[in-house]
Design a protein around this ligand. Structure first.
Ligand SMILES: [Zn+2]
Length: 356
């Protein structure tokens, strides 16, 4: 039986950590050392129903649950498990990757059930990979409207990338996106925030603490084996651009997860003999694309496709994308294919015959 020290967990994991990091709750109204909000335990909507005292590590629900307790009681009530199981969950989530010297003897065996595991920042950078493998997988629901309707992704594409809506844990309320390293090892989940106000305030994407996104290219393990094809390796900014390109037949696509290509990412991309940079058409994307090309030029053969302002790859018709990605290569154009026409014009224009 796994050993668990309740007192140690209560001392090292605050109720604030449990609410924000473990559950991803960010709708509490904080006022000094206390906060109020809708009760996350029973899912209430009374904005004053749930009280937290950060100093005393106590919570109380005055509406649905009509009870309260410490951080372990919170997890026990919300996850509907015993206090012991709650303690184990918090231990695995917060402490197993980060043992304090005094408790180094704590059994470090990695464990089964559910929950997200956040990879802690490696202590010895030289000895450990930047993004160590995750030992747990999240249960995600693939047929969420954000995926099917907003993103226009098919069930097949969602399944291929393993994405889906996450209803509990740190990514609750987000679309979870599994991220693998170049060897195909699952190393993290990113979360696309769906609540508009959260996306505005906190950014559209949530990455785990200690995750080094500059150390890998999203989808490289699937894309590289396909990069000898007609498109070479295509680099886009975001996860959903990569999924969209895949869906329209450009399988050799990777994403930098931002608008900058790091040196490490450039070295990874240069494993392909031909690379095309296809970033968004906003200023950050255009500047990022040109900088990326500069980094890649000494390493491999590189083209850049600059899209018109306010245009993302997802806005382009599939034929246009194919033409942009193959045309520059096949027609031996200069290394920069710059689109200045608005897309409406380009869509209307007859696409040359070289499109498959
Ligand atoms: Zn409640």
């Amino acid at each position: 039986m796994e050993w668990v020290n309740f007192r140690e967990i209560r001392a090292r994991v605050s109720i604030g950590d449990v609410l924000t990091l473990y559950y991803g709750i960010d709708n509490l109204k904080v006022s000094g050392k206390v906060a109020t909000g809708p009760c996350p335990v029973h899912g209430g909507d009374n904005p004053r129903g749930f009280h937290v005292d950060f100093d005393k590590n106590l919570w109380h629900c005055f509406t649905g649950c009509k009870k309260g307790g410490n951080q372990l009681d919170l997890v026990a009530a919300k996850d509907q498990v015993t206090v012991r199981e709650a303690a184990l969950r918090l231990k695995r989530f917060f402490l197993d990757n980060d043992p304090a010297p005094a408790v180094a003897a704590v059994d470090p065996t990695p464990l089964p059930p559910s929950g997200v595991r956040v990879p802690a920042t490696p202590r010895k950078e030289r000895d450990k990979p930047a993004n160590p493998p995750l030992e747990l997988t999240l249960q995600l629901l693939p047929d969420h409207p954000h995926i099917v309707e907003d993103r226009k992704l098919t069930a097949k594409t969602a399944a291929h990338f393993g994405i889906g809506y996450c209803s509990r844990g740190i990514l609750a309320g987000c679309i979870g996106i599994p991220i693998h390293d170049e060897h195909g090892q699952l190393v993290a989940y990113a979360g696309r925030r769906l609540k508009f106000s959260d996306a505005e305030d906190l950014g559209k994407y949530r990455f785990p603490k200690g995750f080094h996104k500059d150390r890998l290219l999203y989808n490289l393990h699937r894309a590289l084996p396909e990069a000898d094809g007609e498109f070479g390796l295509v680099i886009v900014e975001g996860f959903f651009s990569a999924m969209f390109l895949h869906q329209v037949g450009v399988r050799s696509v990777v994403a930098v997860m931002g608008s900058e290509l790091s040196d490490h990412q450039a070295a990874l991309a240069a494993r392909s003999r031909h690379v095309t940079v296809l970033f968004d058409g906003d200023p950050a994307g255009s500047v990022g694309a040109l900088k990326a090309a500069e980094k890649l030029a000494p390493l491999t053969h590189v083209h850049v496709v600059l899209l018109p302002p306010d245009t993302e790859p997802e806005d382009c018709a599939p034929q246009l994308l194919h033409w942009l990605l193959t045309g520059a290569r096949q027609q031996n154009l200069s290394s920069l294919a710059i689109l200045t026409e608005p897309l409406s014009t380009l869509r209307a224009a007859a696409v040359p015959d070289i499109v498959h």
